[in-house]
Design a protein around this ligand. Structure first.
Ligand SMILES: [Fe+2]
Ligand SMILES: [Fe+2]
Length: 212
């Protein structure tokens, strides 16, 4: 099996996890459509980082949120990992033939949203892991992020405007959610800049009109 064939096969396995019972992408926020965007961003970053292991990045991108349908919080990564480890080992030979470390892909999935607690520092600091998390980050920012974030906030609480503002302010803080790879920065930074401007505009508009 070539790498492209392996990728297509794993996509077929992963797809049902990203869809609802009717076979439709369930919210465009963390479902099949989110995965497609992360996958697309990762592919663009890989063009700028040809030294990265393409298979590890793309397979982890395909699998990273398969646990989202069951949990919208950070622990979804653990669910994604548990689901992936059920069916991934049957491809061990194919992974080896394509120079892909199966255990590393599983760890990339498990810690994609909680890199700071990944016990394997070599993986958490690897180019492949950084590209995966950078590609995931790009979907938080830019015009798409401005549509996604309020919907994600609405899952959590009713004061959507204010919580969105607070969340976006945290996200766009230069110290938070930094791109960790050079390729990620080149592809993603303009979307973070867009969001930063949006937050400033939102803040200014609130201050202009929220009078006592
Ligand atoms: Fe995730
Ligand atoms: Fe994601």
């Amino acid at each position: 099996m070539t790498l492209d064939q392996l990728i297509e096969e794993i996509k077929l396995k992963a797809k049902p996890f990203y869809m609802n019972e009717e076979g439709v992408a369930f919210d465009d926020i963390h479902d099949w459509n989110h995965m497609r965007r992360v996958y697309g961003a990762a592919k663009k970053m890989l063009e700028l980082a040809p030294e990265a292991n393409r298979g590890e990045v793309l397979l982890a991108a395909i699998l990273h949120d398969i646990g989202r349908a069951n949990d919208r919080q950070a622990s979804h990564a653990e669910i994604s990992y548990n689901l992936a480890k059920e069916f991934l080992p049957e491809y061990q030979t194919e992974f080896l033939a394509n120079n892909i470390d199966l255990e590393k892909v599983l760890k990339m999935v498990r810690y994609h949203s909680i890199a700071h607690i990944c016990p394997d520092k070599a993986i958490a600091e690897s180019l492949e892991f950084n590209i995966l998390t950078d590609a995931d980050k790009v979907d938080m920012f830019g015009a798409l992020g401005m549509v996604r974030v309020p919907i994600a906030e609405a899952y959590k609480q009713p004061q959507v405007v204010y919580h969105t503002y607070e969340h976006l302010a945290k996200m766009t803080d230069p110290n938070n959610f930094q791109f960790r790879s050079e390729a990620g920065r080149k592809i993603g930074q303009k979307y973070k800049d867009y969001s930063e401007k949006f937050v400033k505009d939102l803040e200014a508009q609130q201050q202009e009109f929220e009078l006592d």
